[in-house]
Design a binder for this molecule. Structure first.
Ligand code: ADP
Ligand code: ZN
Ligand code: ZN
Length: 731
């Protein structure tokens, strides 16, 4: 299908419209349209960018009704393997091809192509700058703020923090740089080359041995075991052989750091990054250097799984268990799974790295379908696994949620000028506001959820729909003025810490404090420069940060997950606990973890204390087997929502009826569950319910879906929004 077609007639174009179908367009000769070409077309009255999935001599549409293509974009066509990958995604996740392909289309809709800005570098004061600016700052207070920032950050201020500065300050920095008052820092210790240890060397060799063919290797390494250096060495091998490497990471926040480490480990290799934090122009440029083969390494978040890579030789998925690989709206694909499919299609090896691999991956490894290499110890020979202690959640000596042992442990760190991290996985002040006299509790008027108490500004907020209102002075139900903020959020713990340790420098990191671009990076730099004593925050803090003076991790409110109705809650909690515990004692100073819990004997905490994830994985796999849940079974979730509960019920009743018919027609061994309300039964004024279909074998499920999905699409239900999730990660 590829290549120039002389007698061009019809191009089938997949468009990213709601229907997402492919339509035929008239392709004038000389445009050089091939499968994969990015073209501009008119759809109804809209103009949009679509992808040519095929070029045909005939069309089923009458010739006079076919419109011509407007234009072929001046970009290389999507490579065949990317088009085929999108076709797979469309078929597997049961989404229209136009939507599946739109994930692979670079951001061209913005139109004008802008040159990428060079990523801002970190800057430090030079000696000349210190002297000169100290003198000037006395006279110019506007200068002195920026000067103080530079002076108080021994490691310099990083690129993200610079990007977050006011434009005037950025212009100042540029001028200072020209004057030689600030400069890029010398490479720091973290960029130093280290000799791999035996386990790392064995891992690199095992991966190298898979070169040139498809195979999946699970790299299971405890936090701090040096997985990144293994990735870098494996990547270096693939690049030396003339190949390109695709590295997927779960979060934008992790890409700058990781990119820096790879840049140090792979001198001379061109690195492209692809994530939603880039401007369209930047992403387009990075896409182009990936497509041209100039980029040796492409680092990106889940979308990067579609990057064009003509010489792909190795795929690496870091933190493969991370839920952010699963897109939760639109095309609900799992980037790790799609990456495996891509590696298989290209005949290249893929490495899945994690300290706490997903149970899916563990099961494949145990069944022998994946190779498994283990890094059992921390790589830094001085580092030890942290000591784990438990403190009762309802400790009588607790102050506003801080148990006595945690307070004492923090005090000891402050005395030794070490740092502490307190992890609370809920933002806001308190998750609920309750009346002490009656049963009233502040609820969202639009969702079946409690409102969260926030301070600064004082508000009740819904974390599901964004609704916000004033905090009432008295109970709206009984008039009692005794309203209690119940439970613990990051703001409350921050306040409690400030009260317990008035002299400590405390920083809070959660979605509320990191809305501004660069804010998180600025805190990280402050912690690295030892300008922070106590960090408090949500799971944003759990990953990928390496602070040598951070020796204590406190965990508050984790028991919450043990009550969750989501069958993956304990698996996710385990990943979070192992990861956050891994923040303590990464270098020479020994680390300690204090977990506040009412259930220290729960399997998840015992596993943490014994540093034995595999034992927990065995327990959880057995539970899943008995309950016939993934990874021992395969699920599809049909979720529906509408303003009226009746509409939802009617739609799902019809869908269930069709499911039973489809099961019979397809003779598929699947179990169709009756409709039930969703975990969040109402959101933003919409009633929500769902049907789960379960199968112990994938082909049975696929056959069932072949029969069910067309029937679903034919159902009336204009007032109902519905979506299908194949392999959902949350029910
Ligand atoms: P992981 O990703 O497995 O949690 P990292 O790759 O971040 O671990 O490595 C943890 C720390 O150990 C880093 O500071 C890294 O520089 C260091 N490190 C890695 N390999 C070695 C080694 N062979 N010898 C000494 N230190 C190492
Ligand atoms: Zn009341
Ligand atoms: Zn709400």
């Amino acid at each position: 299908m590829r290549g120039a077609v002389d007698d061009v007639s019809y191009a089938r174009v997949a468009v990213p419209a709601a229907t997402g179908q492919a339509f035929d367009y008239w392709a004038p000769e000389g445009l050089g349209v091939v499968r994969g070409s990015l073209v501009r077309v008119r759809l109804a009255r809209r103009r949009c960018v679509g992808v040519v999935t095929g070029v045909h001599a005939t069309s089923e549409i009458a010739r006079e009704r076919v419109q011509p293509l407007d234009d072929v974009l001046a970009l290389p066509p999507l490579p065949e393997d990317v088009v085929a990958l999108a076709e797979f995604v469309s078929a597997y996740y049961r989404e229209p091809i136009g939507l599946a392909l739109s994930l692979a289309v670079p951001p061209v809709r913005a139109g004008a192509r802008r040159r990428a800005l060079a990523p801002p570098q970190a800057l430090v004061l030079t000696e000349a700058g210190s002297a000169e600016l100290a003198a000037r700052a006395v006279r110019a207070p506007a200068l002195s703020a920026l000067f103080a920032k530079l002076r108080d950050a021994p490691g310099g201020i990083g690129g993200e923090a610079i990007a977050a500065l006011a434009p005037r300050d950025r212009r100042r920095l540029a001028a200072w740089r020209a004057a030689g008052w600030v400069a890029e820092p010398e490479p720091t210790a973290s960029a130093r080359r280290v000799e791999p240890n035996d386990a790392q060397r064995a891992a690199v060799e095992a991966i190298a041995a898979t070169a040139g063919r498809f195979s999946v290797t699970l790299l299971q390494g405890v936090t701090g075991s040096g997985k990144t250096d293994v990735y870098a060495a494996a990547a270096a091998g693939a690049i030396a052989g003339g190949g390109q490497v695709l590295l997927l990471v779960p979060e934008i926040n992790l890409t700058p750091q990781l990119t820096a480490r790879f840049a140090a480990a792979l001198p001379g290799a061109r690195i492209a990054t692809l994530h939603s934090g880039l401007s369209d122009g930047e992403r387009l440029d990075h896409w182009a250097v990936a497509a041209s083969g100039e980029a040796a390494l492409v680092v990106g978040t889940r979308l990067a799984v579609y990057a064009p890579l003509p010489r792909l030789a190795l795929v690496i998925v870091d933190e493969e268990h991370d839920p952010s690989y699963k897109q939760q709206d639109g095309v609900r694909y799992h980037a790790r799974d799609v990456a495996i499919v891509r590696a298989r299609a290209r005949g290249v090896p893929i490495v899945l790295g994690s300290a706490t691999p997903s149970l899916e991956t563990v099961l494949h490894a145990r069944a022998g379908r994946y190779a498994r290499v283990v890094l059992p110890e921390r790589a830094d020979p001085r580092a030890r696994a942290p000591a784990i202690r438990f403190a009762p959640e309802d400790d009588p000596g607790a102050r506003e949620g801080l148990a006595g042992p945690l307070v004492e442990a923090i005090r000891a760190r402050l005395a030794r000028r070490e740092q502490s991290l307190v992890f609370v996985n809920r933002r806001g002040y308190a998750p609920s506001l309750k009346c002490a006299a009656c049963a009233w509790e502040a609820g969202c008027p639009r969702c079946s959820a409690r409102l969260v108490v926030h301070r600064e500004p004082a508000r009740l907020r819904c974390h599901h729909c964004g609704h916000a209102e004033r905090i009432p002075r008295a109970c709206p139900s009984c008039g009692n003025v005794d309203l209690h903020a119940r439970g613990l959020g990051t703001q409350r713990i921050e306040a409690a810490l400030a009260q317990a340790f008035p002299d400590a420098r405390i920083a809070r990191v959660d979605r509320d404090t990191t809305r501004v671009r660069g804010a998180f990076e600025a805190v990280r730099e402050q912690v690295a420069a030892e300008g922070i004593d106590i960090l408090v925050g949500t799971q944003m803090l759990a990953k990928g940060h390496d602070f040598p003076r951070l020796t204590l991790v406190g965990v508050i409110g984790a028991d919450h997950a043990l009550y969750s109705a989501d069958f993956r809650a304990v698996e996710r909690l385990a990943a979070l606990l192992f990861q956050v515990a891994g923040r303590a004692g990464r270098a020479a100073l020994p680390g300690e973890v204090v977990v506040q819990t009412a259930f220290p004997a729960h399997a998840v905490y015992r596993a943490l204390a014994a540093d034995d994830y595999d034992a927990l994985a065995s327990d959880l796999l057995e539970e899943r087997r008995v309950a016939a849940l993934p990874p021992h079974a395969h699920l599809v979730l049909l979720a529906a929502e509408a303003v009226s509960r009746d509409d939802v019920d009617r739609f799902l009743a019809a869908a269930e009826h069709e499911a039973r018919a489809a099961r019979a027609r397809g003779r598929a061994a699947v179990e169709v569950h009756a409709p039930v309300p969703s975990l969040l039964a109402r959101r933003a004024g919409h009633e929500r319910a769902q049907i789960v279909v379960q199968a112990s074998r994938r082909p049975e499920l696929a056959r069932f879906l072949d029969a069910w999905v067309p029937a679903l699409r034919a159902l009336p239900g204009r007032r109902v929004r519905w979506s299908l999730d194949v392999d959902p990660i949350a029910l």
